[in-house]
Design a protein around this ligand. Sequence first.
Ligand code: BGC
Length: 756
Amino acid sequence: MMRKIFIGWMMLISFSAFSQTDAKMKSFVDALMKKMTLDEKIGQLNLLTPGGGIATGAVVNSDVESKIKTGSVGAMFGTIGVDNIRRVQQLNMSNSRLKIPLFFGSDVIHGYKTTFPIPLALSCSWDMNMIQKTARTAAIEASADGLSWTFSPMVDIARDPRWGRVAEGAGEDPYLGSQIAKAMVIGYQGNLKDSTNLLACVKHFALYGAAEGGRDYNTTDMSKVKMYEYYLPPYKAAVDAGVASAMTSFNEIDGIPATGNKWLLTDLLRKQWGFKGFVVTDYTAINEMIHHGSGDLKQVSAMALRAGTDMDMVGEGFLTTLKQSLKEGKITLQMIDDACRRILEAKYKLGLFNNPYRYIDSVRAAKEVLSADKRQVSRDAAVRSVVLLKNENQTLPLKMNGTIALIGPLANNKSNMVGTWAVSGDSKYSVPVLEGIKNAVGSSANILYAKGANITDDADLAKMANVFGEKVDIDPLSPDQLLQQAVETAAKADVIVAVVGEASEMSGEAASRSDISLPSNQTRLLEALKQTGKPLVVVLMSGRPLTIAKESQLATSLLQAWFLGHETGNAIADVLFGNYNPSGKLTMSFPRSVGQIPVYYNYKNTGRPQDPGKKDKFRSNYLDIDNSPLYPFGYGLSYTNFNYSNISLSDTVTSANKTIRATVTVTNSGNYDGEEVVQLYVWDEVASVTQPVKKLKGFQKIFLKKGESKQVTFNITNEELRFFNSDLKWVSEPGRFTIYIGGSSDASNKASFILK
Ligand code: BGC
């Protein structure tokens, strides 16, 4: 009883504390808005970039200074560096009539100036503390340099590796994606109480990752059940974690562009999910609605505002047309007020009305930007992001003696290591693999190097990959000469380490590929190296799963290294020599061929399921290829081995308000200490909406010393057994459930129970 009263009292205190802050904010914003003209209100909805950074659309804004002076700008992005930001804020504070502070955003996607592994790589760590720490570290660094808003996390679920932007997300699974979304929002925003935090922005709302054919910006179309079950959860998780803003996506949903989609932005996001932040468009997304076929600029701008969009990125559709639309009765003043209020509230929460220069502190910038502790975070994150796909004859870890031939176009390369979407990450701070290996071995081993091949010999592809600077350099030596040098170098070595892959800008925005194989000249290099008969360790860099059936056969050992950021070379050396025992697990399935796409672990059985490894007539299969991926979701090896006991269940019958405990003992039976990601999958065997063969519903990353065993228990509550039914209700239904626990989505260790 006493406890209940106490809890009630605590709730009252926190509720009233919350509403007091809210009430204070409301009266402040009310008073300010009373002073604002219609133009000034519309000005707050305008997000501009002066160019100079990376412009991802065809246009950047002009006359930005005069627009700031007249109060026609609410926020800026693409202004980088504490001194530049101070200048712009000063311009605003000393010229605009009401002196409403600007806030400053940027794409702080995987680190700010200190660059971390690309998000797809980070997701393979399955390490939520680590991921949160990278976001936290990026927030500390970026906020010290004047920024207060990041366009991250990108949480678009993607099942199609042709889409270049898979590099920016967390892969194919909604459960894992949701955990990562939450970790990142918390990492960036903290409690927003001090100036080391950034407003986060969940993007791209919504379904951007389901672009047809994997072609960027393309149409999406799917059932609501599929949306709710597989694509929406990570956005919702970000909202639940208190994300301050959301960015609309370029695609349409049910035939209505996301930026003008009222169901999406108002009914779902605000009403169903209770989102309290503001909605910003993606780059010129309002203007692009003209091409979608939704009307002229005036019409689409009004449509976007009516739908629930608050801020117009770059396009100036709001700035130039809303006043007229108001006159014509196409929108209401209330709609403008609502949007304006949300922007002002964000500024209030950032503390900018108390101090417009709160984030602008040169002393902090000098201390935090590119500091040594941040590089350490980058290296820790990088080693955890690498996935060991193959390790024949325990070739890895390498011994630090003898002669090692380091070969490949990415082996001594700085410019690609930061990966795509590192707008503030300077390549000159990257440690190439050759340097990292030399740092690690000192004089203990002899390191030889040859480039062996260009990243690609295809001039057109090279040109596209080089739009943001030279990522693919075509060597003055001919491809044959490069190859010959490599083979001669390899012949002198005991072991070959070949660092091959894509250029960093062969993935990312507007970098879709219909052929996701390794460029053929690099496959030719691997074939020639294989011919030497030496053990061939392949380190593969890419921003997406590649089709590597042939290459994985050529490799004795295969490390999927993605793009690991500034500390790439040191991190890869850590893994190659066993300083760090790899623990990464794939978060996207690796297809055997492009024709298999989409291939993902949580597929439906169909009415004619094909038994694995077989090929029968009148079954759901391909004549020429197995249904399974080359490497499945959740897969990744270690230098040690982990054995799983059978699953023991606390009960074989459960009910909606009961918890079943599923326990396994995991034993490290190999020769190294190591970490394992223990994964729980659930199969709901009979349901009113058919369920996939497996859904990830839990995971734990554990560390085991060699020889050590640990019990791992998962609590399975009603929550883990639910799905979205045809009425889009989140329900569980009675029946038999089978769970799987193991180190990959193809785990076969299972147990069943009944839900009554
Ligand atoms: C991208 C966004 C990004 C924005 C601003 C767009 O092209 O789709 O992800 O945040 O540009 O740079």
